[in-house]
Design a protein around this ligand. Structure first.
Ligand code: GCU
Length: 689
């Protein structure tokens, strides 16, 4: 990944700006401050070839200034440890929230203080990331995370045919956690993963799939989970566990899993206590209930709040939180032909309706960014604007399920930023998604981010080197959603590849063009990713969208296309937004072209704001998007010799594949709509050849 600590150009010239020794305050081996010391030692040696003295035995800090070790010192620890030995410094230190850090660099004297141990490690990683980008200048910085929940979800299965654990929607190999139905003996990759995540400020990982196997809570597997938590702990990453709602019955042998049944409540309390005995710093639970065939409270006519609170109460004595997913819908009963008003997009708001004041304080509702399912373009989920008292986290997907499965380069930060910056105008006031998540808009303590990442045993982690920019950007945006897509990319490129200007320019160009290109050739105007819905969510198959109960419909017929989600004539989804936004989406004239077919059903001959018809826009966009993808391998080849051969070839292979596959996308989608509509392409490219 980006933690290469590769030697930079002119490394020796920096030596007088670097500390000569590292002092850790109250460091305990296996905890983050100790790790921070090791990391600084390793990093500075790698980046500059300078080996520092490392003093981990120090109980008390000497503070800034000259130490006994030579000229300059990097001191790292918690604020409390520092103030303990320098009481007079207390008044000069800034306010930090949990996980925040203070960093000051002054002529080689470095002070890195975390509000907690984790914060100290984040500060050390931040300093190292600047050094790796060739920046050793003096500065002071106070950095606090925007939101407390900065989690990763892995969709790892415990077993697959009795051997390796697979990863659902994972494109980077087998599970790094599970093997043969159990937790792996060798968890060194899990430790490396935690290191990578800590370096970008992520603080918890749910290691098992949301489609959870009840056996995750067997005594043997709880012991295994404790080993995963131990592998994470030096990096301040906490473990979370995904639960199967029916565990009391399917694992515990009870005859019910009704959330209001006394025996069920007792079972969850006992099981939770057992887990905390083994993992005192467990972050909490993640629950997918009543969705895609998973059991849940509604099986017993209980509400989703009854379900979430069951876990919340069991976690309360231990300080844990429950991330309860809003991805609740029934994939069996929607009928496209019979019901014009049927709409899966309505499900989350409908199911959570009336529950806003019913959740315990340690429940966080985890909401996918859009109302359907990680499509190339969706409007922000209206549920963010409907939960006022209940904490919320946004679920983003780093693994590119519908977005090319890491065989296509699609840099996602620009898409995520559109969602995070979206203003819901709740009560007519500014209400950006990011400010709802961080708790500021509705005065809430909890909230934040959950990213479905799905790394595997592949040495690239995600299966593709360039896809790692998405993981990097995810962590950084969860820490600071005001970061820019280009800025994050530049940091990542410099640390991952080099600071060569050409490398920076080319990867930036490819990445920034990739999402618009993918949208153009896979599904424009808000029609969603026109991929195969029923099989692997890969490759073009517009026909598969319709005529099934999954509800990712386009309602394309011979004359017209799009989902009518208006209140006056359609599914009513537009009305789930606060009034200003609802009014905008209700009318074709005020709906942006890029969401037209998400909200409206129109003839193929409907004229867009651009002046083109819908069908001509389809034809042109598919040509334009694939033409951009054709440029990717050519551009990449200009980097030969500027990047090591191994990574150069690995990326080139994928970009050439993407260029070819974009043509398959272009021609399949265009031909499909030509066959449906019978309308010729004005430019004569699509038709009966
Ligand atoms: C998608 C995905 C599933 C996943 C589900 C979820 O539908 O295809 O693999 O289980 O989302 O997020 O729960």
């Amino acid at each position: 990944g980006w933690l290469r600590y590769a030697r930079i150009k002119g490394a020796h010239g920096y030596h007088n700006k670097l500390p000569s020794a590292i002092v850790t305050l109250n460091a305990t081996e296996g905890l983050p401050v100790y790790t921070a010391g090791q990391e600084l030692h390793q990093g500075i040696e790698g980046i500059f070839g300078k080996k520092l003295e490392l003093d981990t035995g120090r109980k008390k800090g000497k503070g800034k200034g000259k130490g006994q070790h030579g000229d300059t010192t990097a001191t790292v620890g918690t604020v409390a440890a520092y103030v303990d030995s320098n009481p007079s410094a207390a008044s000069d230190l800034p306010e930090l929230v949990d996980d925040g850090f203070y960093l000051s660099v002054s002529r080689g004297n470095v002070l890195i203080l975390g509000q907690n141990e984790r914060g100290a490690l984040y500060g050390a990683f931040h300093y190292l990331s600047l050094l790796a980008q060739g920046n050793a200048s003096d500065f002071t910085l106070t950095s606090n995370p925007d939101a407390p929940i900065r989690w990763v979800n892995q969709w790892d299965n415990m077993q697959d045919g009795g051997t390796h654990g697979s990863v659902e929607r994972g494109y980077g190999g087998d599970s790094i956690f599970f093997w043969d139905g159990k937790v792996r003996d060798d968890l060194s990759r899990a430790g490396q993963y935690a290191r990578l995540l800590a370096s970008i400020g992520l603080n918890a990982v749910v290691a098992n799939n949301v489609n959870a196997d009840p056996k995750i809570l067997s005594p043997e597997n709880m012991d295994g989970l404790a080993r995963i938590a131990a592998a994470f702990r030096p990096y301040g990453v906490q473990l979370g566990v995904a639960l199967n709602f029916a565990s009391p019955r399917d694992l515990g042998g009870l005859d019910t899993f009704d959330p209001l049944d006394e025996s069920v409540i007792e079972w969850w309390h006992d099981t939770t206590d057992e887990l905390y005995k083994r993992i005192p710093d467990l972050a909490g639970y993640l629950v997918k209930a009543n969705s895609e065939g998973q059991p849940g409270p509604m099986t017993y006519n209980r509400t989703l709040a009854d379900g979430a609170n069951l876990f919340a109460r069991a976690l309360q004595p231990h300080g844990g939180v429950v991330l309860f997913r809003a991805f609740v819908y029934d994939h069996t009963s929607l009928d496209e032909d019979k019901d014009w008003k049927a709409d899966r997009a309505n499900a989350a708001v409908d199911y959570f309706d009336g529950l806003d004041d019913k959740f315990e304080d340690n429940v966080v509702v985890q909401i996918k960014y859009g109302p359907i399912d990680f499509q190339v373009r969706e409007p922000a989920s209206p549920l963010f604007s409907r939960l006022i008292k209940t904490a919320a986290a946004i679920e983003l997907q780093v693994t590119q399920e519908y977005l090319g499965q890491q065989a296509h380069l699609v840099y996602l930060a620009p898409m995520w930023k559109e969602i995070l910056d979206f203003d819901f105008r709740v009560d007519g006031k500014p209400s950006r998604t990011a400010d709802i998540l961080n708790g500021k808009r509705f005065n809430r303590k909890l909230g934040g981010y959950a990213g479905v990442v799905n790394v595997g045993t592949n040495t690239t982690w995600l299966g593709s080197h360039l896809a790692m920019s998405n993981l990097y950007a995810y962590g950084r945006l969860a820490w600071d959603p005001s970061s820019t897509s280009e800025g994050l990319l530049a940091e990542w490129i410099k640390m991952t590849f080099s600071d060569d200007k050409r490398v920076l320019d080319v990867i930036t160009k490819l990445s920034m063009e990739s999402w618009p290109a993918y949208e153009n050739y896979s599904g424009n105007l808000g029609i969603q990713t026109l991929t195969d819905i029923l099989l692997g969510h890969y490759g073009p198959n517009p026909a598969s969208q319709d005529g099934n109960p999954w509800g990712q419909w386009t309602r394309a017929d011979a004359d017209s296309i799009g989902m009518d989600r208006t209140v006056w004539n359609g599914t009513g989804f537009a009305g789930q937004y606060p009034p200003e936004v609802a009014a905008r989406y209700e009318k074709i004239e005020t709906t942006p072209d890029n969401l037209l077919l998400w909200f409206h059903h129109v003839p193929y001959t409907h004229v867009l704001k651009s002046g083109k018809t819908v069908i001509q826009h389809f034809y042109d966009a598919h040509y334009e998007g694939s033409a951009v993808a054709q440029t990717f391998p050519r551009l990449w080849k200009t980097l030969r010799g500027r990047i090591d051969d191994e990574r150069f070839e690995h990326v080139l292979f994928r970009l050439e594949y993407q260029a070819g596959h974009s043509l398959v996308w272009r021609d399949s989608v265009n031909q499909f709509y030509f066959n449906k509509s019978g309308i010729a392409d004005e430019k004569g490219r699509v038709g009966n050849h």
